[in-house]
Ligand binder design. Structure first.
Ligand SMILES: [Zn+2]
Length: 254
């Protein structure tokens, strides 16, 4: 792991104007951010599954005004992707625990947006009950947006499809394809600048509306994988964008 990845977890002054006991401890990945934790302390998202659910159950903290310092590229292989946060710090510090013989049930596609990163992980590991090793994380700008556009974004679609097929071939335990899109996605904003072919007007919730198309494309081009498609949509719950709610999107095709 490169040295320049380490500062992601370095503490920095909290930028929030109003000090609060709940903002005093920066969350990993939330450098310089104000956090709102409706029910559980920041460390709770990686706590054992037996922990009490958050109240209200489907509202997760957003990372407000993130100031990411690095783009971290990791493999999606669950053997090396994630380790329990409660593990004792290894020595030397550049050695981390692997997950031996993972049996991932789900391939989870999410966007890279740092405002949603902690919420996505809490959602997958808490609400969906997929512990590290039980899922393959496929994090890419735009989440599943490309899966809605095989004809207009053929190269990007091939990139996504090839990797989904790769993981499915590598892990025969994979039976679920989970796509989580979110509102106010920067990838979609970029699309609106580049893509004159995009007939529908860009709006904040296009990533949700796109899921109807994702379901159609999945049925047409990815059904050979033998996986069940689940789709979810994440949106802010208030104007301060400190909380996120993630709801399932039904298309009638799953
Ligand atoms: Zn996004």
């Amino acid at each position: 792991m490169a040295k320049d990845q380490i500062p992601l977890r370095r503490s920095q002054p909290v930028r929030a104007a109003t000090p609060s006991p709940r903002t005093a401890e920066p969350h990993p990945g939330a450098v310089g951010s104000r956090l709102v934790t409706p029910a559980r302390p920041p460390e709770a998202h990686s706590a054992p599954a037996s922990s009490a659910p958050p109240e209200p159950a489907n509202v997760l903290p957003a990372t407000v005004a993130p100031q990411p310092e690095a783009v971290v590229i990791t493999r999606s292989d669950p053997k090396v992707h994630s380790a329990p946060a409660s593990s004792a710090p290894p020595e030397p510090t550049n050695v981390f625990p692997a997950i031996v013989d993972p049996q991932p049930e789900a391939l989870v596609i999410t966007c890279s947006d740092p405002r949603f990163h902690a919420a996505f992980r809490q959602f997958v590991e808490g609400a969906l009950g997929l512990r590290p090793g039980k899922y393959v994380s496929f994090t890419v700008a735009g989440g599943g947006g490309v899966l809605a556009r095989p004809d207009t974004l053929p190269k990007e679609f091939k990139f996504m499809r090839d990797r989904i097929e790769l993981f499915r071939g590598q892990f025969h335990s994979l039976k679920r394809l989970i796509v989580v899109n979110h509102e106010d996605c920067a990838y979609y904003k970029e699309l609106s600048r580049k893509a004159a072919w995009l007939q529908r007007p860009i709006h904040a919730h296009l990533p949700r509306d796109d899921m109807q198309s994702v379901a159609q494309v999945f049925a047409r081009s990815l059904s050979h994988l033998g996986m069940a498609l689940e789709m979810y949509y994440a949106q802010f719950v208030a104007s301060d964008r400190a909380g996120i709610v993630i709801d399932r999107v039904e298309t009638g095709r799953e």
